[in-house]
Write a protein that binds this ligand. Structure first.
Ligand code: AMP
Length: 434
């Protein structure tokens, strides 16, 4: 027996259906907003993440899966996808095509060596978007709205949007100076992680969850008092536009995000499940004004994006029964009354599938009662029964499980019969699309 690697999990059976449902819903919303899919490699050179996510971030310092390949190159499994997407945009010179902003969405696994706990895995999946080549507050709002709409489409109500600004580089430099002065006098009282943060990136201290540190953080100077005119106006424009769209938000000045590339607007979507559980941010993102340049792209090209954790979404949706309406249904369930009709059953089932009917079949030599039960459990519309009489007469019994009526149909007429029975829109699967 082999155990799962710590912090990883299998996504199988109905669970996998749920993951696909969540991903497909978010993909549809992204496409609705004019985004296109990007698939970038799971491995990238380690410097990419050191430069972008940042040497001072917890992710790069402690959580990356980094190794030397056989050619002695330092490679890392991606801890997030923004860096890879921006690298791809730069490498492929998409910004030079003049067709900006470049609007990318992605779905895929990320890897972080974190302490496994509720809502935290070492391999987890993210869906996200990046809108690159923009420096307008309204683009930030557009991206936030996409996240909001995506989560709404999944069934979330009472979402909490937390938002903050990290200011532009000038505001941030001033603010950091002030913060360093403030925390200098409290260094003995802060946790050891915050000692590291103090020298690496003092703003990270604001994010510390240690209750002791929280008390000190509460009285720390606020970024809002150190914003440049430009940053302040930018943030106000974002907030005003959110209000116009009816998207409620809460300004959270301790929201600094754990990645180095953010500037100006940052945000997170939170949700507390009916069980009172909060798994941390469901989705998080922000604006970045230096990342493109740092990755070797043109200067002064900015971007904005967010990522949502699929694991967390599925957990919360399970807790709050948001998958309840999701029926994993079948059009047809084929039931041979005896295993000697296996060939006929498989051929009928395959023919149905080739004609666009989502079909499964029983090959377990069970009683008809047991098979019917299974058909109902699989939420099948029709049970198709094959016995000796049906073989003799080239026909099949079609039992409509929704109407509880049954008829015997000639095999040659089966497809046409089912087509007439099932309303086009009712097909579990897309029937031949004209
Ligand atoms: P980040 O890239 O850190 O901004 O995270 C974006 C989103 O990814 C978070 O809001 C979570 O939903 C999800 N996420 C981050 N880390 C993990 C993890 N270790 N396990 C599961 N989901 C995660």
């Amino acid at each position: 027996m082999f155990n799962l690697v710590k912090g990883t999990h299998d996504i199988i059976l109905e669970d996998a259906d749920k993951y696909s449902f969540v991903e497909q819903t978010l993909i549809q919303v992204a496409e609705f907003f004019g985004y296109q899919e990007f698939r970038t490699p799971i491995i990238e050179s380690s410097d990419l993440f050191q430069r972008s996510v940042g040497d001072s971030s917890d992710i790069v310092r402690k959580e990356m899966y980094t190794f030397l390949d056989k050619g002695n190159r330092s490679i890392s499994l991606r801890p997030e996808l923004t860096a890879g997407i921006v690298r791809s945009i730069v490498n492929n010179k998409l910004l030079a095509l003049g067709d900006t902003p470049v609007k990318a969405y992605y779905v895929g696994p990320c890897f972080r060596y974190e302490r496994p706990q509720a809502g935290r895995y070492r391999q987890f999946n993210q869906f996200g978007i990046e809108c690159v080549g923009v420096s307008s507050p309204y683009r930030d709002v557009e991206v936030i709205s996409l996240g909001y709409f995506g989560l709404k489409m999944l069934g979330f109500k009472n979402l909490k949007l937390k938002i903050n600004t990290l200011g532009d580089n000038e505001s941030r430099a001033n603010y950091k100076e002030v913060l360093r002065n403030y925390f200098k006098d409290h260094l003995d009282e802060l946790c050891s992680d915050c000692h590291d943060r103090y020298s690496l990136n003092v703003m990270r201290i604001l994010d510390c969850k240690n209750p002791n540190d929280q008390a000190i953080i509460k009285n720390a100077p606020k970024i809002s008092d150190y914003l440049s005119e430009k940053s302040k106006k930018y943030f106000d424009d974002v907030l005003e536009s959110l209000t116009n769209l009816g998207i409620e938000y809460e300004i959270d000045e301790s929201l600094v995000r754990g990645l180095d590339y953010y500037s100006d607007v940052v945000f997170e979507f939170h949700y507390t499940s009916s069980k009172g559980l909060n798994y941390g941010a469901l989705a998080a993102g922000g604006h970045y004004n230096k990342l493109v340049e740092e990755i070797g792209g043109p200067r002064d090209v900015e971007g904005v994006g967010f990522a949502a954790g699929i694991e967390r979404l599925v957990s919360v949706m399970n807790d709050d029964s948001l998958f309840a309406d999701l029926s994993f249904s079948l059009d047809c369930y084929v039931m041979p009354l005896d295993l000697q009709f296996e060939k006929n059953a498989i051929e009928v089932a395959t023919r149905l599938r080739l004609n666009g009917f989502k079909t499964d079949l029983s090959l377990e030599n069970k009683s008809i009662k047991a098979m019917l039960k299974k058909a109902l459990r699989k939420n099948a519309h029709f049970a198709l029964i094959i016995g000796q009489d049906e073989i003799n007469s080239n026909s099949i019994i079609v039992k409509n499980l929704k109407k509880e009526e049954q008829v015997s149909i000639k095999l040659d007429d089966l497809i046409e019969y089912l087509d007439n029975q099932i309303d086009e829109n009712e097909h579990s699967h897309h029937h031949s699309e004209e």
